[in-house]
Design a binder for this molecule. Sequence first.
Ligand SMILES: Nc1ncnc2c1ncn2[C@@H]1O[C@H](COP(=O)(O)OP(=O)(O)OP(=O)(O)O)[C@@H](O)[C@H]1O
Ligand SMILES: [Mg+2]
Length: 439
Amino acid sequence: MKRAGKNTSKRKSNDYFRFGKWGETSLDFIFCSDAWINVAEGSVRSGKTIACNQRFVEFVQKSDSDEFLISGKTSQSLRRNVIKPLMKMMNTDDVSYDYRKHDGELEIEGKICYTMGFNDEKAVDVIAGMTVGGWLADEIARCPRSAVEMAISRCSDIGAKMFWNTNPDSPYHYLYENYINNHDLLKSGTLKRWKFLLDDNPNLDPQYVIELKRVNQKSEVFYKRNILGEWVIAEGAIYDKFIESENTFNLHPHLHDINICCDYGVSTVTTFGVMGIHKDPLEGNSYYLLTETYYDAEETGVTQSDSERVDTIVTLQDDYKLTNKNTLYLPHDAASLKSACEKDKRIKMRIETYTPNTYEDINTIQDLIANRKFKIHNSCTHSITQAQTYCWDKKSQQRGEDKPLKINDHCPDMWRGGICGPMKTSKKSIYHAPRRIQL
Ligand SMILES: Nc1ncnc2c1ncn2[C@@H]1O[C@H](COP(=O)(O)OP(=O)(O)OP(=O)(O)O)[C@@H](O)[C@H]1O
Ligand SMILES: [Mg+2]
C-alpha cells in the first residue's frame, strides 16, 4: 500500500506519515469494505480513522465519480484528525493532491472532495445540493442526524460507497438502531461493520494502553464504550469526568471574551452565569465560569419579575465592564425576558437567542470537562454541585432516548448558553473537539 511519488502540494520532510504495522481489523476493513455503508466502530485509538483514510484514498482513485464528501464533527476536528494525516499519507503514496483550505476542498488525483464539519450550521443546506460518489465520515455518532441523513441520500452515484468511523454511544442512538445494528441492512450486505479494539492497533505504546485502561476503569460507561468498544447506556452522572480539584479554579486566567448566559424558569430557578473564554487556535477554547447567580422561587416562595432579572444582568454587566462587544445569551423560550432586556437602556450587551440541542451540547461539555477545558470558579457552589449530580433519566433511556433528568439541571442548562451559544452564533469562535483525553 505504500508508494513513493508525486503531488501538487509543497512537501516538507516531516510531512510524511510514518506507516507502521496494520492491525488485522484495519487490513480486513481496507480490503473488504465493499458494502454501500462500511462502518469502523470501536475503542478510542484503535486505528479506525487511519484505516478509513487509507481505504478512502484508494477508493477515490479507482472511482468513476468526480465529487466526494469528507465530514467530521467540526471543521477544526476534521482538519486535525482527518485531513492532516490524510495529506501526510498521500505524501508517502504516489497520489497527487491539493488542499484548498479556504474552500474546504481537497483534490485527490483531480477529483474534488468537499470537506465539512457537520456541526457547522449550514452543513445540511450545503450537502442538500450534492451528488457524490463516496463519503468519508469521521466521528459520525457525534454529528447531527439531519446532516447524516441528508449525506446518505447524496451518495447516489453508481458504485458510491460510504466509510464511517465512530466510537460507541448509547445503544438507543439513532445511528446504532437504524444503521449500525440494523439486522436487515447487515443481512442484505448493504452495511458492513468492523469492531476495532485498542489491542488491535500495533502502533500504540503498550504502556500507554495499560495506563489508558487503568485510569478509565473508574468510569464504567467510558470504559465500556471507549475501551471495550461496547454500545451501552450512560447510567448515572452525565458529567462523570468532572473532578472537583481539576475542574475548578481560583485565580482568573487570561480571557479573550466574556459573555453572560442564563437558565430561566418563571416559577422555579433563574440562574445567570458570567462565562469567560480563553481562545487558543491550536489547542481550542477553554471556558471559565467566573460568577453565578441563583434565584430559587420555590425556596423563597416569591416569584422574580423580569425587571428584577434585568437588574441582575445589569449588575453582572457592570461588574465585568461588559460592552456592546460582549453577548448576552438568552434561552429560546425566554421571550418576555428578552423583550424586557431590549427595552432597558442600561443593557449595552448584544442580545442573542440560544437554541439548545441537548444531546450535542452535552457531548461538547462532556469533552471539555474531561479535557479540563471547562472550569468553574470556586465561589459558584450551585454549579459545582450540579456538575456532579446532573443525571441521565433512566426511564426515558428505556424508551430509547438519552435525556437528562429534570433535577439539578439549572446550572448545566445555563452553561450551555455560554459555551455552545458562541459556537453556534459566531464564526470567529474556535472550538476544537479534544483529540485525546488528558489524564
Ligand atoms: N497503520 C498505521 N501506521 C502507523 N500508525 C498508525 C496506523 N494505524 C493507526 N496508527 C496510529 O494509531 C493512533 C490511533 O489511530 P486512529 O487515530 O486511526 O485511531 P481512532 O480509532 O480513529 O481513534 P479515536 O477513536 O480516538 O478517533 C494514531 O496515532 C495513528 O497515527
Ligand atoms: Mg478517529
